[in-house]
Structure formats: structure tokens, C-alpha cells
Design a protein around this ligand. Structure first.
Ligand code: MTE
Ligand code: MO
Length: 188
């Protein structure tokens, strides 16, 4: 076999590529360990930083969640478990009528919920055929468990917004399902 000669620059680039592939393999933790270092900053009348244990200590909400992307791709149906966004807001003084809740993630994604939505109203809902249907009672939760297991990074874990209903088969718009949530702010 002929030896392959590479210029120094190419060797360096190759080394960086190999190293980053190896390291991305290492930084692919289990859903359980993902939550260990996760923190949520909540800003309202006061500010609080909470852990996954704190989030799990809030009243547990279970529901059915199912969403669709703007391109028509469907995610779900899932059983979702998490904490009601109103209970999270209550940790920093609550969200009052007319206020908004800004939910964001480290990738810069931000979604704003108004106080109607916080109470489960004002969402557009679809059936399995993506025909619009009247919305049943809905809840916005910060989900930490999906289909009975901790939320994986690929699914937006450790914590992701989910819009849930008591009955299955209700599809909501995926844009509101903020992945990798690390910040929640109550704003006037
Ligand atoms: N942090 C974060 N969450 C996000 C997004 C994003 O870009 N960043 N995209 C949203 C949109 S537009 C959709 S449709 C759903 C599903 O997006 P996916 O196809 O990227 O999984 O996640 C939502 N949550
Ligand atoms: Mo989307």
C-alpha cells in the first residue's frame, strides 16, 4: 500500500474532526443523567433557579400530547408528564391576567404564551387528519417525561413545553413545544 502524505494543515483538520466525533459520542448522556445538571431560571416578581428535583416536586400533570410542524410532520402521539406552567410561574409571584410568559432555550428559540393560553384557551387544534377542531381543555406543561421515560435530548429534554389534553388525538402546533427549556420569564 502506498503511504498517503497529507499537508500539515489537513492533518490538523483531520485530528479536530476525529476528536469532535469522539467527543460528541461522549456527550450523548442518558436521559436520566441529562437532568442532573439542568437548571431552570425563572424570572417574575422575584427570580429563582430550580433543579429537576424542584420541578418534579411540583404537582404532577399527566396528559396526551401530539404536535405538528409547519411542514406537516407529526410528532406523537405521546403521553406527557410535567408541571403546569402556572405552577412554575407561581414560584416567582405568578402570571397575572394580561401578562405573558416567555419561554426560551439555549439555542435562542423563544415562544411567548399569553394569559389566555396559560389557562388553556386560544390554541389552534387539529384532529388526526389535520382538520381544525374546537379545542378541548388544554394545559401547558413543562414536560420532563414522555411515554413513561425521561425526555431524551433529541426529543427536547431534559425539559420541553408540551400542550396536553385529557383525551388523546388532539394535535397542536409544534412551534409552541419549546425544546431544551432553560428560562421562563413573566413579562407585562
Ligand atoms: N429550542 C427549540 N425548540 C423548538 C424549536 C427550535 O428551533 N428550538 N423548533 C420548534 C418548532 S418550529 C417545531 S415544529 C417543533 C419540532 O421541531 P423539530 O422538527 O426541530 O423537532 O419544535 C419546536 N421547538
Ligand atoms: Mo415548526
Amino acid at each position: 500500500m502506498k503511504p498517503i502524505f497529507l499537508p500539515e494543515g489537513a492533518v490538523l483538520i483531520l485530528a479536530v474532526v476525529v476528536l469532535s466525533v469522539v467527543m460528541s459520542g461522549c456527550s450523548n448522556p442518558s436521559p436520566e443523567s441529562l437532568g442532573e445538571n439542568w437548571q431552570l431560571t425563572i424570572n417574575g416578581t422575584t427570580q429563582k433557579v430550580i433543579t429537576m428535583d424542584d420541578l418534579r416536586a411540583l404537582p404532577v400533570v399527566n396528559g396526551h400530547g401530539y404536535c405538528v410542524s409547519t411542514t406537516g410532520a407529526r410528532f406523537g402521539p405521546y403521553t406527557c408528564q410535567g408541571a403546569d406552567l402556572r405552577d412554575i410561574a407561581a414560584l416567582v409571584g405568578g402570571a397575572h391576567p394580561g401578562q405573558q410568559v416567555w419561554v426560551s432555550a439555549p439555542d435562542g428559540y423563544l415562544w411567548v404564551f399569553d394569559s389566555d393560553q396559560l389557562n388553556g384557551q386560544g390554541f389552534i387544534t387539529f384532529n388526526e387528519n389535520l382538520a381544525e377542531i374546537p379545542a378541548p381543555p388544554l394545559r401547558i406543561i413543562l414536560m420532563y417525561q414522555q411515554n413513561g421515560t425521561p425526555l431524551s435530548y433529541d426529543d427536547g429534554g431534559p425539559a420541553r413545553i408540551a400542550i396536553v389534553s385529557e383525551q388523546p388525538g388532539v394535535i397542536t402546533e409544534g412551534s409552541a413545544w419549546v425544546k431544551w427549556v432553560d428560562r421562563i420569564e413573566i413579562r407585562d
